[in-house]
Design a protein around this ligand. Structure first.
Ligand code: ATP
Ligand code: MG
Ligand code: MG
Length: 393
């Protein structure tokens, strides 16, 4: 039997491991944390740093192909693994996705074929560039200053209204490489999951609409009518172009903003991409005949990519650690019994030992025969668990 490897031991790695094992593969996880969600369910857990040459050699020795579940895995480590094993996605594309400056340059380079651009932005790496904003780019304010590297779940971002606030925010972020993005009046957000094989074959899921609260994904709406069809088609085509243009192999998630632009379908703006399965695609586990993790396994292992088919409308609710604390901040166990008595609820817990506010602990997907009943159950569940975003369902 073949072994598939993954860099990183978080929940995405865990769900990848589950999908790989279901297809009969052995799995190996390289992850320093002894209690990681993926390490604990994998056949092999190489418990060491992502950069450790001995660990990387062991992973390459064990595995027939290797992927990553962790956006900030050192690109150099993937490069090392790629010397002896197929690695998907490649170090080069992961490197682009890890750096907002390179990522935006990529989006801009393929804007002609993708038909979408990013939000107006400027790179700030030096004091002179900071000064230049004040002088020439007042149009970018109010805006969001984002660190070029290592940000996720809205971390490493500061919202700024004035040049003075911008200067303070840049100092707060350590004077590191950043991008300042114009704050856009979003009417919606959506994302598209694409899987591309070594031979260039591409399949994709229908775009899902996402609701973020405090910069973290709260709710994903995945059903027909979740957004205007013409907009969904444009987003899907754009994501496929973006994957083709960098010769991507594996599962890619592209996030989009929707803004009012006076046209019938609104304006589509590309936000960022994640070189891996994505939180907004977790509903595919329960609502589709092939999940995003199945496609990741197929893509890296060189198996044919089946076009996924969604068989049920779905809403996914993210379960952050907040759910494990009562209104007084005391730890408590959520009332799973009542939640699971609701029809069509699928609870996924990632096996994390410690709940912390803001930490992704699991998710709940609701499927049903029609959108109305899915929404009714989702509202009940969100109410019972005190989840954010209830008013958007
Ligand atoms: P992720 O966890 O998705 O990787 P991230 O930390 O990389 O998140 P972004 O996707 O850049 O952050 O931003 C997080 C959220 O903040 C977006 O989904 C959106 O709701 C809001 N946001 C970001 N940029 C803008 C913008 N230019 N205008 C308006 N809202 C924005
Ligand atoms: Mg991001
Ligand atoms: Mg994002």
């Amino acid at each position: 039997r073949a072994t598939l490897g993954v860099m990183g031991g978080g929940q995405l790695g865990r769900m990848f491991v589950h999908a790989a094992q279901r297809l009969g593969y052995f799995t190996a996880v390289l992850e320093p944390d002894a209690q990681s969600p993926a390490g604990r369910v994998s056949h092999h857990h190489i418990q060491t740093d992502y950069n450790d040459p001995a660990g990387l050699a062991q992973l390459a020795h064990l595995c027939h192909a290797i992927t990553t579940e962790f956006e900030n895995v050192p690109a150099q480590a993937l490069q090392t693994l790629a010397l002896t094993r197929p690695v998907a996605p490649s170090a080069a594309v992961v490197g682009i996705a890890q750096n907002r400056i390179e990522e935006k340059a990529h989006f801009t380079a393929c804007a002609d074929i993708s038909g979408v651009t990013c939000a107006p932005y400027a790179v700030i790496e030096t004091l002179a560039q900071l000064q230049a904003i004040q002088d020439d780019r007042a149009d970018l304010l109010p805006g969001i200053l984002k660190t070029a590297r290592m940000g996720y779940d809205g971390k490493g971002q500061v919202r700024v209204k004035t040049a003075v606030e911008l200067a303070a925010a840049w100092a707060e972020l350590g004077g590191s490489a950043c991008v300042l993005e114009k704050m856009l009046p979003l009417t919606a957000e959506c994302s598209v999951l694409v899987a591309r094989g070594w031979d260039g074959q591409v399949v994709s899921f229908v775009p899902q609409r996402n609701v973020h609260v405090d910069g973290i994904l709260a709710v994903t709406h995945a059903y027909e009518g979740n957004m205007p069809p013409a907009l969904a088609d444009r987003a899907r085509d754009a994501a496929v172009s973006i994957a083709h243009h960098i010769g991507y192999v594996g599962v890619l998630c592209v996030e989009f903003f929707v803004v009012e632009d006076g046209s019938e379908h609104g304006g589509l703006i590309v936000n960022e991409m994640a070189p891996r399965p994505h939180n907004s695609g977790h509903y595919t586990l329960d609502a589709c005949d092939v999940s995003q993790f199945d496609l990741q396994v197929h893509a890296m292992a060189g198996l044919p990519l089946p076009q996924p088919r969604q068989h049920s409308p779905a809403i996914m609710l993210n379960l952050l650690g907040d759910v494990w604390f009562d209104v007084n901040g005391q730890p408590h166990e959520p009332d799973w019994h009542t939640v699971l008595s609701l029809p069509g609820t699928h609870l996924h817990l990632y096996g994390k030992l410690q709940a912390r506010v803001g930490r992704k602990m699991g998710h709940l997907t609701i499927t049903g025969p029609d959108v109305a009943s899915v929404k009714t159950v989702a509202r009940r569940a969100a109410g019972l668990l005190g989840l954010p975003g209830l008013d958007t369902i």
